[in-house]
Design a protein around this ligand. Structure first.
Ligand code: IPE
Ligand code: IPE
Ligand code: MG
Length: 260
């Protein structure tokens, strides 16, 4: 039996909470190495961290939590490490499915699923179906995912529609492109969190993060607790999102052309 979860108070007023939080769960290998353990131990402990973050996201009323679990580029890692990560994903889903259901969580996948083993593909589909009737948090897991490949697939799908005469080139708008991405129907992430101190995007949600806020935490993923999560949200709320416009309080004096 998993321990009953506890909830931290809302770190922000409810209306200030992001709708969609996306996380680059990085640092498993370095964390394990610091402890004199093999990298795969870091993945195991990292997978255990996911439960708490999912639970807390639901309790705070976040609508979508996207977790970057395995990138297109990660296929290039040693075969043994790849196979441990795949097993951990299988194990997590097998073990947590009922619990996710009790927590009213829905489940989605983004990425090139065709590259996964048939057994894992089936498990992902079954999990999606099993949780489809829920109404709470959408847990969106990026597996075998790369932003460039996703945009490439969307572009190919649109090109096929043009070739079949279903749409004209002029019909392509940024909304139409969004609708052909794996994330179709989901809001863009308001906040992208990356653990482990690295400050790069590593092919994650390239299109969708155009106006996301970024939070880089120096904590390695296996140590990313709900408190760290709350602190990331507080930083997020202190930023002003301008979306290319100007601050409301800068709208007053428009005329000043004196020399600089
Ligand atoms: C993130 O941790 C998990 C995956 C990429 C699957 P890493 O395995 O990248 O750990 P570091 O960054 O090497 O420490
Ligand atoms: C990004 O981390 C991918 C995931 C967290 C799944 P990586 O460790 O693969 O990225 P790089 O190599 O530091 O850019
Ligand atoms: Mg890494």
């Amino acid at each position: 039996m998993p321990l009953p979860g506890f909830s931290l108070p809302y770190p922000l007023p409810r209306e200030a909470m992001p709708r969609h939080v996306a996380m680059i769960m990085d640092g498993n290998g370095r964390w394990a190495k610091q402890k004199g353990r093999p990298r795969v131990y870091g993945h195991k402990c990292g997978a255990e961290r996911v439960r708490e973050i999912v639970e807390q996201s639901g309790q705070w009323g976040i609508e979508v939590l996207t977790l970057y679990a395995f990138s297109d580029e990660n296929w290039g890692r040693p075969t043994e490490e790849v196979s441990v990560i795949m097993k951990l994903i299988e194990h997590y889903l097998g073990k947590e499915r009922e619990e996710l259901n009790r927590k009213n969580v829905r489940f989605q996948i983004i990425g090139d699923i065709a590259r996964l083993s048939p057994a894992l593909q089936r498990l992902l589909e079954e999990t999606k179906r099993f949780l489809a009737g829920n109404t709470g948090l959408i847990l969106n897991v990026a597996i075998s995912y790369g932003g460039r490949a996703e945009i490439t697939r969307a572009t190919q799908a649109l090109a096929h529609k043009i070739a079949r005469g279903e749409i004209k080139p002029e019909d392509i708008t940024s909304d139409l492109i969004s609708q052909h991405l794996d994330t179709a129907g989901l809001p863009d992430p308001d906040l992208v969190i990356r653990t482990s101190g690295e400050m790069r995007i590593s092919n994650f949600l390239l299109w969708q993060s155009a106006y996301s806020e970024f939070h880089f935490s120096s904590v390695m993923w296996p140590e990313f607790t709900r408190e760290e999560f709350a602190s990331a949200l507080r930083h997020y709320s202190s930023r002003e999102r301008r979306f290319g416009l100007v601050s409301n309080h800068d709208n007053g004096r428009l005329q000043d052309m004196s020399p600089c």
